[in-house]
Design a protein around this ligand. Structure first.
Ligand SMILES: [Zn+2]
Length: 333
């Protein structure tokens, strides 16, 4: 038995009630401007009888917009008549970060995707993570978490799942990725899996699917269209929403090892030498980092450690040592 105290979060929606409910996850947060105040995290539940449950999230990182744009709209438009089972929508999971337009929470600097399993007696971010860990994830059959590159990265638009030890679970996740039908579909490798929502969901045996759909701290028309079509496709694929999956061409990609990632070793001004989606050969210079303090210094060259295509790049024009400069991926059939 867990000795953990109950979550301080109170939902204003009833997860067992049929129909559409728009409400909040209310988290008490006492502070200077609101002595008995709360953080009010928007949540929508669309339920129509028994069936599978999908848990859909955006704003895990607060500066990524395709997910929230797709999910606020889905919450506004999804008709329970078209649903079998339950769709739980939290469009801005780390709501304080989302309100601030920043990756992490302005309250406690919490990175939601490094805060799992969270703590009921921890910081605001840890309390939100704990509520997902103990209350929402156990309800779900399929868990879909939208990401994009945020202010510091830019990606080719892809939907992704992880390679897992449980091959049946992995196959279900990759089938959902295929149904999402983004221009690219990724077998994803993470730099750092500890504390991730992904890992928490996968360890519970859930079908976990995610995306990286652009970045730069904004959203583009194309990537928002991909997000909206894709999430409906996943719900149709799961049999939760009626109708056929709207098929579209997707190119599968793999991140076979840590050689995918290239990091800056110096600060300076970055010049990406190829554009997103372009092919690259091992040894090719993918980016140059120009020293800006004085003239006459040769740029640092960042070379590809494998052949593939450019799947992500650093977004702002200036980099620091240790910044992720480029991510490569390999095309697979
Ligand atoms: Zn993210």
């Amino acid at each position: 038995m867990s000795a953990l105290p109950p979550s301080p979060i109170t939902p204003t929606v009833d997860f067992e009630r049929d129909g559409v409910q728009h409400g909040f996850l209310r988290l008490p947060y006492s502070r200077d401007d609101s002595a008995w105040g709360s953080v009010m995290i928007p949540i929508c539940v669309v339920r129509n009888g028994k069936g599978q449950t999908a848990l859909l999230t955006g704003g895990n990182h607060g500066d990524e917009y395709e997910g929230p744009l797709a999910l606020y709209e889905l919450a506004r438009t999804l008709d329970p008549k078209d649903v079998t089972g339950t769709v739980i929508i939290v469009p801005a999971m780390n709501y304080p970060a989302f309100r601030a337009g920043s990756r992490t929470s302005p309250i406690d600097k919490g990175n939601m995707n490094r805060s799992f399993p969270g703590r009921p007696d921890g910081s605001v971010t840890e309390k939100i993570a704990d509520y997902f860990q103990r209350e929402l994830l156990p309800r779900a059959d399929i868990v879909f978490d939208f990401h994009s590159g945020g202010k510091t990265l830019d990606f080719v638009p892809f939907c992704a799942a992880h390679t897992l030890l449980d091959k049946e679970q992995e196959e279900k996740a990759f089938a959902a990725v295929e149904a999402f039908a983004a221009p690219f579909s990724m077998r994803m490798t993470e730099i750092d899996t500890v504390g991730m929502y992904d890992t928490a969901a996968e360890q519970m045996g859930k079908v976990f699917v995610t995306t990286e759909l652009g970045g730069g701290g904004t959203a583009r028309a194309e990537t928002v269209r991909i997000a909206r079509r894709g999430i409906l496709n996943v719900l149709r694929h799961a049999g939760i929403v009626g109708g056929a999956v709207e098929k579209s061409q997707t190119q599968w990609l793999d991140m076979p090892s840590g050689d995918c990632f290239a990091f800056a070793e110096d600060e300076g001004m970055i010049e990406t030498m190829i554009d997103l989606g372009e092919k690259v050969e091992e040894g090719q210079v993918v980016a140059r980092i120009h020293s800006t303090g004085h003239t006459g210094t040769a740029p640092q060259e960042i070379k590809a450690r494998m052949s593939g295509l450019l799947a992500a790049r650093h977004f702002p024009g200036l980099v620091k040592a240790g910044d992720c400069a480029a991510v490569l991926a390999v095309e697979v059939d």
